[in-house]
Design a protein around this ligand. Structure first.
Ligand code: 5GP
Length: 207
């Protein structure tokens, strides 16, 4: 019987390891599709249009907003980011689970539109570890790292709006916890509406 797909939203501080977590989940879960976002930021080295993001101009992005082609969008450090509506709706209608890796403003828009979306916030075990991870990446200047830490402080106000908090102390454990959260969603009545309706119908014969 057809089951509704879960819409899973992952956010987290820059340096929380959410990118790696999402990659693992996508590789290890059969029925899961990753949504590719649209952005106006320039591709980083190694990024491919249509794989990491759909890289578009500001005009193209604004046209997508006007045409109501995005289910959410936000401005993040001077660039637009948004989730294309068509793909997400198609996948959910096919019973696939869909994962979005997006920042907080977008996540909150998703929760307003899809009240059974599962919002997961990923964080390292402590602020100190967060800073150490950013330093050891070696890709950012101290100024950028300090800005990211300031931003993390501002973002921490919104953690309570999420359904789940995943503390990323060990990636394998974190991946398992994430799989359990997705599995739990599949046991919600809202995910099995067809089953519940049919069961109720069948019970009529025994009234
Ligand atoms: P980056 O430029 O490092 O790839 O991403 C910057 C931030 O934008 C990250 O927090 C990422 O999760 C977020 N982001 C990526 N795609 C989207 C999207 O479609 N919508 C929103 N709201 N945020 C996104």
């Amino acid at each position: 019987m057809k089951r509704k797909g879960a819409l899973i939203v992952i956010s987290g501080f820059s340096g929380a390891g959410k990118g790696t977590l999402v990659k693992r989940i996508v590789n290890e879960c059969d029925n899961l599709s990753l949504s590719i976002s649209m952005t106006t930021r320039s591709p980083r080295e190694g990024e491919v249009n249509g794989r990491e993001y759909f890289f578009v101009t500001k005009e193209e992005f604004e046209a997508a907003i006007k045409e109501d082609a995005l289910i959410e969008h936000a401005n993040y450090v001077g660039n637009y980011y948004g989730t294309p509506k068509k793909y997400v709706e198609e996948q959910l209608n096919e019973g696939k689970d869909v994962i979005l890796e997006i920042e907080i403003q977008g996540a909150l828009q998703i929760k307003e539109k899809f009240n059974d979306a599962v919002l997961v916030f990923v964080t390292p075990p402590s602020a100190e570890i967060l800073r150490n991870r950013l330093v050891s990446r070696g890709t950012e200047t101290i100024e950028v790292i300090n800005n990211r830490m300031k931003r993390a402080y501002e973002e921490s106000d919104f953690i309570e709006k999420y359904d789940y908090l995943l503390i990323n102390d060990d990636l394998d454990i974190c991946v398992d916890r994430m799989k359990n959260l997705i599995d739990a969603f599949h046991h919600a009545p809202s995910c099995n509406e067809e089953f519940t309706k049919q069961f109720k119908e069948d019970l009529k014969a025994f009234k």
